[in-house]
Design a protein around this ligand. Sequence first.
Ligand SMILES: Nc1nc2c(ncn2[C@@H]2O[C@H](COP(=O)(O)OP(=O)(O)OP(=O)(O)O)[C@@H](O)[C@H]2O)c(=O)[nH]1
Length: 205
Amino acid sequence: MTETDPTDPDLIVASASAIRATLLRNAGLAIAVQPAPIDEPALRRALEAEGASPRDTADALAEAKAIRVSAKRPGALVLGCDQVLDHDGAVLAKPEDPDEAIAQLTAMSGRTHRLLSAAVLAEDGAPKWRHVSTVRMHMAPRSPEWIAGYVERNWDSIRHAVGAYKLEEEGVRLFSRVEGDYFAILGLPLLEVLNHLTLTGRLTS
Ligand SMILES: Nc1nc2c(ncn2[C@@H]2O[C@H](COP(=O)(O)OP(=O)(O)OP(=O)(O)O)[C@@H](O)[C@H]2O)c(=O)[nH]1
């Protein structure tokens, strides 16, 4: 929580993702940001060892974040999110460094991968609602030189994005077509979250 967060928020966002908070604030929600202190890499490895699908992995990680924070915030509605990149069935993690980003984008160039964007709402440590959006991302063939230049120009920004791209920035040049919801690509099934909050009376309509 920060001193600027509202004292009676519509929603607590258990995410460190800047774009998730921006999308919700731009929609007019009074949110408080409280990232979930979970060991995401360890949980991701455990899920992988159990053979969890990319979709179930995103859902389980989003739930873990929502539950962890909501257990500490009695009576509050908490949103947990997670986004997973599925490339030929393999769950790709965020690149550690520019070379890894170049290798990952080169391997995906000219091919299609999926983004799974999961959201879970929890109260008092229990999940109350969940949604996973799937987006098919059709990457254009890009030369190794262009990819290297793209990563060099954008590393400070893309290092925090699961596919080493931000669609609203130069990363859009990596694609020839996308099939699915724009907000889900950015990391949040925003319309589904807002629909639920409105239908359940959390938001006026
Ligand atoms: N701005 C932007 N961010 C993107 C895009 N694609 C993926 N991301 C971000 O990549 C990150 C995916 O990693 P996650 O593990 O889901 O979330 P995180 O940023 O680590 O934050 P937590 O919710 O605290 O785990 C999220 O912050 C997404 O918002 C994009 O096209 N634009």
